[in-house]
Design a protein around this ligand. Structure first.
Ligand code: UD1
Length: 430
């Protein structure tokens, strides 16, 4: 029951260290089920989506040893269940990766339909189609996906639509299938490559990840390994935007600049100065921005998960900017919150038109989902006055230690318990 309070206007400066990638971690942790051994995973982000995934594995019989804040050992030898109940699966979207991983391990999976952020309809037909092409039967009954196979057999899987989740799920189910699986029109996001590298470190034979054709030669057994997760592209992008809108000068460390190219390109177009180093990126801004157009697309296009954050900058850019959302059908719900802060935004389906205003002003707002929440922080940081953000559980799902990280950069941001407000009210009444 906490909210965030931000007194806006401070220029961010200094250095920030980026954590391990959420979307890679939530795929790699279930992938450990594919071996009956111990995997040591490093650079794990300390966020609630990751702790939920670890709890699910623990509940299924895996033993987990925390080595330090960012490294764990997962011993999957004791896993004896292929069922993931609703109470566990509802907590995160990525729980559907357990279907592919359990199919690979037990040829059976019974997993409740997943929860996660609501960007409109989030179907899983491509996942199911992929499992079926590998020889599994998959049905949905009582909101549980029930999948089983006598034998998983490699197959050609053509994706009608580029899907990160379906690409990952099919990779998980195929690594131990008999023969060759070819995924065509595969997603190319950095975490797909990271998962492939992890699977290969376990003894799998996955080639072509990062291109739109992934070839997987099934192997009989996988073994434990030590693996370090890549840095989080979206966390890094979020700090880039925060630095830019506050007219800041921030060195963002522990990043892969190549993963940030689409974000850097758009910031440069707006007039922000970006300098790339081997494993860090510097953002320098004078707080003045040119209007631009942005279209979100699968990687290497501009990431949909950065759309709300860049929209904050476009709210205060000079002139009219158009943002088209090319991945999700309902990802502008946060626009109402930005309007409360003085932005001039008109949304029509998957298009939003931003007429830049000279400044945003602080207001009580809410986080509609994880990245919308990140956008509210960015808006609060550059707004005049005080912004209070509710529903911050969403933000906790994907950003490690963000209050401390932003404070280190000079932001005036803190968590406040709702109870404090109640107490104040009672005082006033008394
Ligand atoms: C992942 C990310 C999410 C990001 C998204 C797109 C994780 C845990 N989440 O979500 O943050 O916004 O990629 O980069 O990594 N689709 C279908 N049928 C399917 C599956 C998807 O039609 O079976 C459609 C979706 O409705 C959407 C598009 O394909 O329009 C892309 O979805 P997908 O790439 O699968 O997103 P997720 O893996 O759920």
């Amino acid at each position: 029951m906490e909210k965030l309070v931000i007194h806006g206007g401070n220029r961010l400066s200094g250095e920030v260290e980026i954590s391990g990638a959420k979307n890679a971690a939530v795929a790699i942790i279930p992938a450990t089920l594919l071996c009956q051994d111990v995997c040591r995973i490093e650079n794990i982000p300390n966020i609630s989506d990751v702790s939920c995934m670890i709890k699910i594995l623990n509940n299924m019989g895996a033993s987990i040893r925390m080595i330090n804040k960012h490294a764990i050992e997962i011993d999957t030898r004791g896993v004896n269940s292929y069922i993931v109940p609703y109470e566990m699966a509802k907590k995160l979207r990525a729980s559907y990766y357990l279907i592919g991983a359990l199919l690979g391990r037990f040829k059976r999976a019974k997993v409740a339909l997943p929860g996660g952020c609501n960007f409109g309809v989030r179907p899983i037909d491509l996942h199911i189609k992929g499992f079926e092409l590998l020889g599994a039967t998959a049905t949905v009954e009582n909101a549980m996906i029930n999948a089983y196979a006598d034998t998983l057999i490699g197959s050609a899987v053509y994706m009608d639509k580029v899907s990160v989740g379906a690409t990952i799920n099919i990779m998980l189910a195929a690594v131990k299938a008999r023969g060759l699986t070819i995924i065509e029109n595969a997603a190319k996001e950095p975490h797909i490559v990271d998962l492939a590298n992890f699977l290969n470190a376990m003894g799998a034979d996955v080639r072509g990840a990062g291109t739109d054709v992934i070839k997987i030669h099934g192997v009989k057994e996988l073994h434990g390994c030590t693996y370090s997760i890549i840095p989080d592209q979206i966390e890094a992008g979020t700090y880039m935007l925060a630095a830019a809108v506050t007219g800041g000068d921030v060195l963002i460390k522990n990043v892969i600049p190549k993963h940030l190219e689409s974000i850097s390109a758009k910031l440069i177009e707006c007039g922000v100065m970006i300098t790339e180093y081997d494993e860090s990126i510097r953002v320098e801004s004078n707080g003045k921005f040119k209007h631009i157009n942005v279209k979100t697309m699968p990687h290497p296009g501009f990431p949909t998960d950065m759309q709300p954050q860049i929209s904050v900058l476009l709210s205060i850019a000079n002139g009219t900017s158009i943002v088209s959302e090319g991945v999700w059908d309902n990802r502008f719900r946060y626009a109402d919150q930005l309007i409360r802060m003085g932005a001039n935004v008109q949304v029509d389906g998957t298009i939003a038109v931003f007429q830049g205003v000279s400044e945003l002003t602080g207001a009580p707002v809410r986080a509609d989902d994880l990245r919308a929440g990140a956008a509210m922080i960015i808006a609060g940081l550059c707004a005049r006055g005080t912004t209070e953000i509710e529903d911050i559980d969403y933000i906790d799902r994907g950003y490690e230690n963000y209050v401390e990280k932003f404070r280190e950069l000079g932001a005036d941001i803190y968590r406040k318990n709702f109870a404090d407000d109640e107490e104040n009210k009672n005082h006033a009444a008394g």
